[in-house]
Design a binder for this molecule. Structure first.
Ligand code: B12
Length: 215
């Protein structure tokens, strides 16, 4: 028998795939009303739907306008769910600067990582998307963060990640902070190669890696 939780998660998944914002908003409200886990709804509903959209897009079964509708539908639900992610009590005043590197506008994953880190008690400075290495350096000099978190989803913009790490090294502040990278084309091997410290597979992993780096 399929339970309420599975039904709602499936509803979110289908709402993303079909790009129906009213549907995703309806199911997101159900998550809250039924007291279901917003994190599970994001992982097993919204992100699952977006992964299927990604596959369909890669196989030319759908095109950019449908991907945009899917993203819009995902954001509609995220707006409702994110405020309900439980905040940790533990006081953690570590500041993290986050941004999507230059040339890349994919920011859904970055926004989820930002929310999970915020919920874990980190103080986030979100620079946004398509951020140049100069902007990262400028922000790091201004905010003196514990870590800089770099996101990219595209292979060509992995070069921008390396340029950002290089710029942080050249600016003389590299040793004062941790650098964590993430996004589908990245790996721990790639992080090592470009001189970053850490790699996170997903938002939960980002929290785990940065927490362990605090000790
Ligand atoms: C949605 C989407 C779009 C939307 C983006 C909307 C937005 N506001 O973000 C739009 C329609 C705008 C778009 C545009 C383009 N896209 Co697009 N897009 C996607 C799609 C379908 C889903 C991405 C997504 O949001 N996934 C859901 C989120 C939750 O997952 P995520 O981003 O991976 O994030 C998780 C982890 O990666 C990780 N993570 C992410 N960041 C970080 C950072 C840190 C520090 C850590 C620790 C972890 C971490 O944690 C996240 C949460 O768990 C992917 C396909 C796919 N399978 O990924 C293609 C994809 C990324 N796009 C692609 C391409 C090519 C493009 C375009 C160039 C298309 C074009 N011809 O114009 C443009 C790019 C323009 C640009 N300059 O950036 C390619 C990239 C190929 C490559 N390897 O280089 C992909 C893979 C599709 C494909 N198979 O061809 N796209």
């Amino acid at each position: 028998m399929v339970g309420k939780k599975e039904k709602v998660q499936k509803g979110l998944e289908v709402a993303v795939i079909s790009g129906k914002r009213e549907e995703s908003v309806k199911y997101a409200n159900m998550v809250i009303k039924e007291g279901l886990s917003p994190i599970e709804a994001i992982d097993h509903g919204l992100i699952k739907g977006m992964m299927i959209v990604g596959d369909k897009y890669a196989h030319h079964e759908i095109f950019l306008p449908q991907v945009l509708l899917a993203a819009d539908s995902l954001y509609g639900a995220l707006d409702i769910l994110l405020p309900y992610i439980p905040k940790e009590d533990a006081r953690n005043s570590h500041r993290v600067i986050i941004g999507v590197v230059e040339g890349d506008v994919h920011d859904i994953g970055k926004n989820i990582v930002k929310t999970m880190l915020t919920a874990a008690g980190f103080k986030l400075v979100d620079l946004g998307k398509d951020i140049s290495d100069e902007e990262f350096v400028k922000a790091a000099k201004k905010h003196h963060p514990f870590a800089v978190a770099l996101s990219t989803l595209m292979t060509p913009t992995m070069d921008s990640m390396k340029e950002t790490v290089d710029a942080l090294i050249e600016s003389g502040i590299r040793a004062d902070l941790k650098i964590i990278v993430g996004g589908a084309p990245t790996s721990q091997e790639f992080a090592d190669e470009i001189g970053a410290d850490l790699h996170g597979m997903n938002a939960q992993d980002a929290v785990a890696k940065l927490k362990s780096a605090m000790n």
